[in-house]
Write a protein that binds this ligand. Structure first.
Ligand code: HEM
Length: 511
């Protein structure tokens, strides 16, 4: 009898839940149905074919739909409504609306790795963390990291000189390693020397963890505990173990460093990885707190360090790779950059100072234009807390709003001939008066990229060193690029270039 009653109650509960969800879904659907978008494929599942797109098909499909439907269009993935926006006024709403402060549910898939770090946390916790962490990115701290980045760029040039000049080099493979070296040293104070040890366990673990999360994002039926039973889930778990071990060592070292006094005491060797003791972001975080807050716990430190490594390596690696590849396609632009280097360095091979980097104005235009065409983070998303108006369209509570930075940056209204690479868009004349939210490679508003100044400094150092030492020739053109969206924007095809060493510092490129 009791069993029957319990069963009836359970069935009643399930039916009630189903009706409640269906009503919510229907209400949402009615509100969002006016938003343009591709025809519904299935009454219940919405657009299953779009939900299951392969990473390699996402950039092309989203861009085609942007051209067809304009700056706002919607997809339905079962009960999830997904609204893409890609117009400057909508981008402004995305970054400033109170209803869109929370990151989309998808970001929870990063919790295993990044915990409650800056990218994944929300609300008061995020606010407190951001306040604590901001001083670690002060320009004085960045200037102190400048020497680390220069040393790594010198090592990079040596490595590239060893590469046979006639054989193609996938520039991403090297940029990936140098970006990892730069971020591990700057964030954790640990020199992994990835450039000379590309098979290091830690590097493999970072690659595997990122890959596992990217796979999980594309398979919504694994957005639950079942994922950990799959081989990809097990790879994620074992990779994270290795990643956490190094973060733990870095935290311990950083705490010990406070008590060490001499350079020798601060330096050491651990499992073949050199523990170099230059000031790193982590060192500032171990002490970071103010009168109203406590210092970060070890877990908090670990989350933030992992966040810096995650957010700061593949983003700069892909941006550096696309920039170099574009320079190799456009010899006129490359020569202009090289002339700028000669104006600054006057043929000398001295190291760049912080002021030299500021003087690299044309190179900055090139990097900005490259990030316009190939933004490292092409898509970001937020959850709608309560109905929000985007022009004449209502985006319902519970929906996800995805800002396509890739499409936004190709709006012909702000970037005429958007598929043409033209660094002059960012010269001082053309750069003024543009809608402030038309160009946002580093996001905008309070949750903008905390590492953007570091990234720009790193890119200028790396690209300027390569330009001063080599002539870059890309082995195919922009039309042949095949993009894929796999956490960051990637090239499916190897970004093959040939690097011709410059015999003197005053070589010019033959156009
Ligand atoms: C070219 C290089 C980079 C690009 C294009 C880039 C882009 C972005 C974008 C678009 C966001 C917003 C993400 C979102 O809303 O989901 C972001 C956030 C963030 N980035 Fe970067 N990033 C770059 C490099 C870096 C570096 C080098 C670091 C660290 C050293 C870093 C640390 C972060 C952090 C911690 C956040 C979260 C900020 C917050 O929510 O408070 N990024 N970045």
């Amino acid at each position: 009898m009791i069993l029957r009653a319990l069963l009836a109650a359970f069935i009643g509960y399930v039916v009630y839940g189903f009706i409640k969800i269906s009503r919510q879904f229907y209400k949402r659907f009615r509100k969002a149905e006016k938003i343009p978008g591709p025809p519904i494929e299935h009454r219940l599942l919405g657009h299953p074919s779009l939900a299951l797109l392969e990473p390699k098909d996402i950039p092309k499909t989203v861009y085609q739909q942007y051209k067809e439907f304009g700056g706002i269009f919607r997809h339905w993935y079962a009960w999830v409504s997904f609204v893409f926006v890609a117009e400057a006024n909508y981008a402004e709403l995305y970054f400033t609306s109170k209803s869109l402060e929370e990151k989309a549910d998808m970001y929870k898939l990063f919790h295993d790795w990044l915990g409650q770090g800056l990218i994944t946390s929300n609300g008061a916790l995020w606010h407190e963390r951001r306040k604590l962490i901001t001083p670690a990115f002060h320009f004085n701290v960045l200037n102190a990291l400048h020497e680390t980045l220069v040393q790594n760029a010198i090592a990079l040039v040596q490595k590239l000189r060893e590469h046979p000049k006639e054989s193609p080099l996938n520039i991403y493979t090297v940029m990936h390693l140098v970006a990892l070296d730069n971020i591990c040293e700057s964030a954790m104070g640990i020199k992994i020397d990835a450039l000379n040890n590309p098979k290091l366990d830690y590097i493999q673990a970072v690659e595997d963890a990122a890959h596992a999360i990217a796979i999980r994002i594309g398979k919504p039926w694994f957005w639950n505990g079942l994922f950990y039973l799959t081989s990809t889930g097990r790879t994620l778990t074992s990779s994270l173990k290795k990643i956490f071990e190094l973060a733990k060592k870095a935290i311990l070292n950083s705490k010990n460093k406070k008590t060490a006094t001499t350079e020798e005491q601060r330096a050491g060797e651990d499992d073949g990885i050199k523990v170099k003791r230059r000031l790193a972001f982590l060192d500032l975080l171990t002490e970071a707190h103010d009168s109203g807050t406590k210092p970060l716990s070890d877990e908090g430190l670990r989350d933030e360090v992992n966040t810096f490594i995650f957010a700061g390596h593949d983003t700069t690696a892909t941006s550096l790779s696309f920039t170099l590849f574009l320079l190799g396609i456009h010899p006129d632009v490359q020569e202009k950059c090289y002339r700028e280097m000669n104006d600054i360095f006057q043929g000398s091979d001295r190291k760049p100072t912080v002021d030299d980097l500021k003087a690299m104005k044309y190179l900055e235009q090139v990097i900005k234009e490259s990030l316009r065409m190939y933004p490292s983070v092409p898509l970001i998303s937020r959850k709608v807390k309560e109905d929000v108006q985007f022009g004449k369209y209502t985006i319902p509570e519970g929906a996800t709003v995805a800002l396509s930075i890739y499409c936004l940056h190709r709006d012909p209204k702000y970037f005429p001939n958007p598929n043409t690479f033209d660094p002059e868009r960012f010269n001082s004349d053309n750069n003024t008066g543009r809608h402030p939210f038309a160009y946002v490679p580093f996001a905008a508003g309070v949750r903008n990229c905390i590492g953007q100044k570091f990234a720009l400094m790193e890119e200028k150092i790396v690209v300027s060193y390569i330009l001063r030492n080599f002539i870059i020739e890309s082995l195919y053109g922009m039309d042949e690029l095949e993009l894929s969206f796999d956490l960051v924007l990637r090239s499916q095809k190897p970004l093959d270039v040939k690097l011709k060493p410059r015999s003197t510092n005053i070589d010019v490129i033959k156009i």
